[in-house]
Design a protein around this ligand. Structure first.
Ligand code: FAD
Length: 448
């Protein structure tokens, strides 16, 4: 067999969060020349905590002064560090005892880990800091023009042509999604999105309703409970009659969804309860957003489906010249990003072959039909919870590397189970020691 010729491409990576860092590393390992554009002055993306918040607390105004990170001050990871890290650079505790050694550490520890990753793999030298990409559009021969500007002197636009672009802008967590509440327009209270929640103190002695049923609602309700007068958590996933005082709290209740909000400041829940409320805090997730991307309608965001994307990464009509890392959710982010990045790097160099455009498109259509037949809403297109192991193993096989260790998947499920069993203490008490041992056995390959 003739040896494969590895082709080096000139590749732009947008963003230096976890996805952009590992994409840049994999692209360079494959022999590509890489420029990473990062609008902030440091790597880490989401994990760079800031006290600042958006100028529009709900995130509606497209011209708002927006901050990138959604972290609240008290945030600890919702995944154990063993399963959270990159595959070949485990997120282990520091041997000198510094940092936060907890299994579910605070956010500062994750940022330190990502910074170390960037240093160890010399990623920072590829990054143009404080440079925001404002436009990415197709030019001749399937190449991409990337227009960018320094965040400090916003008027000068620099244009540069690349062979390929890898989008790692954290587009999944950029645009707050808020709940639709009948009567909200006349309700006089304050509304905000969890993206703009930092600390509980501003809510002292207030009555707060949190809408949502995922990590932020669970964490923020507990963070607030010691300071606010009352906290009410409402979710569309709770049955209509739900009304439960939360064990261990004398001022926190779980409700069914909000039925309506009223001019007199009251909020009516579907369980019939009426509460006079100061603040509604939407912990309702995000919509995808790629404000710089111009693909002439080839890639669209429709009801939170980014598509069409072959295996959540390549738009068939533009593959492999534009790709996305980090679109998938309800998964282990960092290790998944690593495999997506390896795949992209190998495809761009010609070492890994993609199916034809038509075959990729058929695969996407078959995937959409399957989702529809199973009754999954379009919004859930990139939720890979039920097949993350299969998906990651498929990526690993494409890359010709070892499979995705099953303990990672099992640890994620063990954590979910533990969280349901011990919502207050799951970060400090667990029963999956056997999985930690398996993880540590694997880590020896990378840490010794
Ligand atoms: P980001 O980290 O958002 O990075 C994107 C980068 O792109 C940013 O640095 C941004 O400045 C830059 N950028 C964006 N647009 C441009 C542009 N136009 N030009 C130049 N640069 C640009 N995951 C876990 O594994 N464990 C957890 O416990 C966990 N908790 C989370 C809690 C919250 C509140 C949120 C929001 C997410 C959490 N996640 C968690 C998921 C988290 O999003 C991922 O872990 C991961 O950090 C996302 O990485 P990313 O690189 O895709 O995006």
């Amino acid at each position: 067999m003739a040896p494969i010729t590895i082709i080096s491409r000139y590749v732009a990576v947008i963003g230096a969060g976890a996805a952009g860092l590992v994409a840049a590393r994999e692209l360079r390992r494959e022999g590509h020349a890489v420029v990473v554009f990062e609008k902030e002055n440091q790597v880490g993306g989401t994990w760079v905590y800031t006290d600042e918040v958006d100028s529009d607390p709900l995130g509606f105004d497209p011209n708002r002064v927006a901050v990138h990170s959604s972290l609240y001050s008290s945030l600890r990871t919702n995944l154990p560090r063993e399963s959270m890290g990159f595959i070949d650079y485990p997120f282990v505790t520091r041997s000198d005892g510094s940092g936060d050694p907890r299994r579910f550490p605070g956010h500062q520890e994750v940022l330190m880990y990502l910074k170390e990753f960037a240093r160890v793999f010399e990623v920072e030298e590829m990054v143009r800091f404080e440079v925001e990409v404002v436009k990415v559009c197709l030019v001749e021969n399937n190449r991409w023009k990337v227009s960018s500007k320094k965040t400090s002197d916003g008027d000068i636009i620099v244009e540069e042509v690349f062979d390929a672009v890898v989008v790692c802008n954290g587009g999944r967590n950029c645009q707050p999604h808020v709940a639709d509440i009948p009567g909200i327009d006349v309700w006089p209270g304050k509304q905000m999105h969890s993206h703009n929640y930092r600390i509980p103190e501003p809510f002292r002695d207030q009555v707060v309703v949190l809408v949502g049923n995922s990590f932020s609602a669970a964490d923020i309700s507990r963070d607030m409970a010691g300071v606010v007068k009352e906290v009410h958590v409402a979710s569309k996933f709770n049955e209509d009659g739900t009304y439960e005082k939360q064990p261990g709290y004398d001022n926190m209740w779980l409700h069914s969804m909000i039925e309506s909000a009223h001019e007199d400041g009251t909020v009516v829940f579907r369980n019939g309860r009426v509460v006079l409320v100061d603040v509604i805090l939407h912990c309702t997730g995000y919509n995808y957003r790629f404000p710089f991307l111009e693909t002439n309608g080839v890639v669209t965001v429709d009801d939170n489906r980014v598509g069409p994307l072959y295996k959540h990464v390549f738009p068939p009509a533009l593959a492999p010249w534009i790709s996305f890392v980090g679109i998938t959710w309800k998964t282990l982010p960092f290790s998944g990003y690593e495999l997506q990045s390896k795949w992209i790097a190998g495809v761009l160099s010609g070492r890994i072959m993609l199916p034809s455009q038509q075959e990729m498109m058929e695969d996407v259509k078959a995937f959409y039909s399957k989702l529809e037949a199973s009754g999954k809403p379009k919004r859930y297109t990139h939720n890979i919870k039920d097949y993350q192991c299969e998906y990651n193993n498929w990526l690993a096989a494409q890359c010709g590397g070892p499979g995705f260790a099953e303990w990672r998947d099992r640890m994620m499920y063990a954590t979910t189970k533990n969280r349901n069993l011990r919502p207050e203490t799951y970060r400090d008490e667990w029963e999956d020691e056997h999985l930690i041992s398996e993880a540590q056995e694997e880590f020896i390959n990378y840490t010794s």
